[in-house]
Design a protein around this ligand. Structure first.
Ligand SMILES: [Mg+2]
Length: 309
């Protein structure tokens, strides 16, 4: 990291990290020291790679601050999926040698924005510079509530499938500027017995399929019920708005299983301010299905999948 080197950058960072009662030793020592909570500990990590996950130049590019926010927010979304409370993060950066310091500062401001919004302490990390592109990796810790974490396994045939928000077209902006559903998950978890839950990152069909695989059951989605984001209608690429809603990914909404009685109560109450709950289908014994009118056909879990060679 030019302009004073890595140590100057770390000093700059440390001056911007406030004291936190949960953190006994923060950045600057060999490890962070955290006061242990009493609940089950959640850990998640996500790495964003320039050129593969985002671009810093050209059409469709993102600002370093947006990348910082997203790197934290995707992890927050995973903690939300467990109905957990995020607590502390460590951040690893691989900074390109040219303009690394400026990038690093903007990234950090974005990371802090997302962390501050959910009371997350940034307690450490690692910064390197190299001749490659930008790499940002965030590891986020969280705690389950007293009701325990909500996993992907636990949906049963007969349960209703509910979702928050709307789907599709996130590439037009939402993928960089979304609110991780941390608070919404808390509220749902307090009101209902959430049997299984996931955050929609790969795509609605793909992530419902993940719930089904882990729970050992299937699901039927009703085409008319799927909430389609306005952006999904603005992409003119030959695919229908419904196909975008089912396949696009990076919606960062929640999909979850509840009993029909609890689902009815949640739908009547609509307890989430500004976020609509929608009943889009049911869990069944096996298979992934899309019901359109009176027709039921097999649904491909067509979410985005990284190629591995
Ligand atoms: Mg997830």
């Amino acid at each position: 990291v030019p302009a004073g080197g890595e140590f100057a950058y770390i000093s700059w960072l440390r001056a911007r990290i406030p004291a936190d009662a949960r953190v006994l030793v923060g950045p600057g020592d060999d490890t962070a020291v955290l006061r242990p909570g009493t609940r089950a500990q959640l850990v998640t990590t996500d790495m964003l790679l320039e050129g593969s996950c985002f671009l810093l130049e050209g059409p469709g590019s993102a600002t370093p601050r947006q990348i910082g926010r997203k790197a934290m927010a995707v992890n927050l979304s995973d903690i939300a999926a467990m109905a957990g409370l995020p607590t502390a993060a460590v951040v690893s950066l691989g900074l390109p040698r040219t303009r690394g310091r400026a990038l690093g500062e903007e990234l950090f401001l974005g990371l802090r924005e997302a962390a501050d919004a959910f009371g997350v302490a940034i307690v450490g990390g690692d910064t390197n510079s190299w001749d490659g592109p930008l790499v940002v990796s965030v590891t986020l810790l969280g705690e389950a509530t007293e009701r325990g974490p909500v996993t992907r396994r636990g949906a049963k045939p007969g349960d209703w499938l509910l979702v928050t928000g709307a789907f599709g077209g996130s590439i037009l902006g939402k993928h960089l500027d979304f609110t991780p559903r941390v608070c919404e998950a808390q509220q749902l978890h307090q009101r209902a017995d959430l049997r299984a839950m996931i955050d929609v990152s790969d795509g609605l069909a793909a992530d419902v399929n993940h719930l089904c695989e882990e729970s050992g059951c299937g699901a039927v989605l009703r085409a008319e019920a799927v909430p389609i984001a306005p952006e999904a209608r603005r992409i003119a690429d030959g695919r229908s708005p419904l196909e975008h809603a089912l396949g696009d990914g990076e919606d960062f909404e929640l999909a979850f299983a509840v009993s029909p009685d609890e689902a009815r109560a949640l739908l009547a109450e609509q307890p989430l301010p500004g976020v609509l709950l929608t009943h889009i289908g049911e869990f069944v014994n096996a298979g992934l299905w899309l019901e359109q009118g009176s027709e039921r056909r097999a649904l491909e879990p067509r979410g985005f999948v990284h190629a591995i060679e």
